[in-house]
Design a protein around this ligand. Structure first.
Ligand code: SAM
Ligand code: DTB
Ligand code: SF4
Length: 334
């Protein structure tokens, strides 16, 4: 029995399972908000005492020109939004940004490459050097760069990579309306390779892409029936970027984000649930409700990959107002 099993067995408040049905998940998502919040809070307080919030900074190392056709993405060559043409960042520039992120209190540094898959060669060696450098700074390192081979996963593990981000994005049923160039099954296989190499998994999705409540439940069911659960679960709400097929979709009701976060927390009690893209549209109170409902990580820093994020100053105020704990001790230039 693992430590997690012991904790969960000794606490009736925490429902630590891997056999959720989609109907059960939908019932959780749709229950009266007060009941959902209560259940999520009890789970979170029991499983992760202390309301500690992880701060993850994000940097795009290779921006735009991606072969995939993800309908939400500013970086797809299939979308007129494609922001291609910017030079890739080098190791020194990336480590400078990682150092700066550490100085304002980040715990994790996430690096993105707009690739369909990782290819061997100079670019991959550079990625490994970046991972080693970020780890030497004492930060967790996360990479998101599309599909990879078993050998590449092992080399990333050897370099000290903490987590690999590869999202499922939406339900298996809604998926083909969003991406046609890569299958759901390929995503699951990539995640399995990451897991087999001993790297933790960061896997979540996006709401606000025209999906139904059943689709949201179905995505959460896929995540919550993974064994082990993904260690990090980013919940994004669509940032509708001009020039993408989803540009005209209206932003989601902030309470829908609260429901997603709360349900993810109940389903995956010990995972980090990251309140991800779309925070600028959420407002302060909805973000605080998300933190209360069990979000224990945010993207921290003035930009995401190609779009903006609340500023460090605004986020510090938010976290202080909410009274959650962050790793402020590590701040050098506060
Ligand atoms: N190319 C890599 C891949 O897709 O695995 C890595 C980068 S990709 C931009 C990482 C994730 O960011 C996507 O899977 C998606 O969930 C999220 N994302 C990208 N664009 C977004 C947007 N406009 N709004 C919300 N989430 C977005
Ligand atoms: C994740 O789930 N969200 C982040 C990170 N993982 C890589 C990316 C959000 C991107 C938002 C749109 C943009 O900035 O291009
Ligand atoms: Fe964007 Fe990643 Fe899809 Fe490429 S694979 S279009 S970078 S989300």
């Amino acid at each position: 029995m693992t430590l997690l099993d012991t904790i969960s067995c000794s606490s009736p408040q925490v429902n630590f399972r891997h056999d959720w049905t989609v109907e059960e998940v939908k019932d959780l998502l749709e229950q009266p908000l007060m009941d959902l919040l209560w259940q999520a809070q009890i789970t979170h307080r029991t499983a992760n005492p202390g309301y500690k919030v992880q701060l993850a900074s994000l940097l795009s190392v290779k921006t735009g020109g991606c072969q995939e056709d993800c309908a939400y993405c500013a970086q797809s060559m299939h979308n007129s939004s494609d922001v291609a043409g910017q030079p890739d960042l080098d190791v020194e520039a990336v480590l400078e940004r990682a150092k700066a992120a550490r100085e304002v209190g980040a715990d994790r540094f996430c690096m993105g490459w707009a690739w369909r898959e990782i290819r061997n060669g100079k670019d991959f060696e550079v990625m490994l050097a970046m991972v080693r450098g970020v780890r030497e700074l004492g930060l967790e390192a996360c990479v998101t760069a599309g599909m990879l081979t078993n050998e590449q996963a092992s080399r990333l593990a050897e370099a000290g990579l903490t987590a690999y981000n590869h999202n499922l994005d939406t339900s298996p049923e809604h998926y083909e309306k969003i991406i046609t160039t890569r299958t759901y099954q390929e995503r699951l296989e990539t995640l399995q390779r990451v897991r087999s190499a001993g790297i933790t998994i960061c896997c979540g999705g996006i709401i606000g892409m025209g999906e139904s409540t059943m689709d949201r439940a179905s995505l959460l069911r896929v995540l919550a029936t993974m064994d082990p659960h993904p260690e990090s679960v980013p919940i994004n709400s669509l940032v509708a970027v001009e020039g993408t097929p989803l540009e005209d979709l209206s932003s989601v009701d902030p309470l829908e984000m609260v429901r997603m976060v709360a349900t993810a927390r109940i389903l995956m009690p010990f995972s980090r649930v990251r309140l991800s893209a779309g925070r600028e549209q959420l407002g302060r109170e909805a973000q605080i409700l998300c933190l209360q409902a069990g979000a224990d990580s945010i993207f921290y820093g003035d930009s995401l990959l190609t779009t903006s994020n609340p500023s460090v100053t605004v986020d510090r105020e938010l976290l202080a107002k909410a009274g959650v704990q962050v790793n402020w001790e590590s701040i050098i230039n506060a």
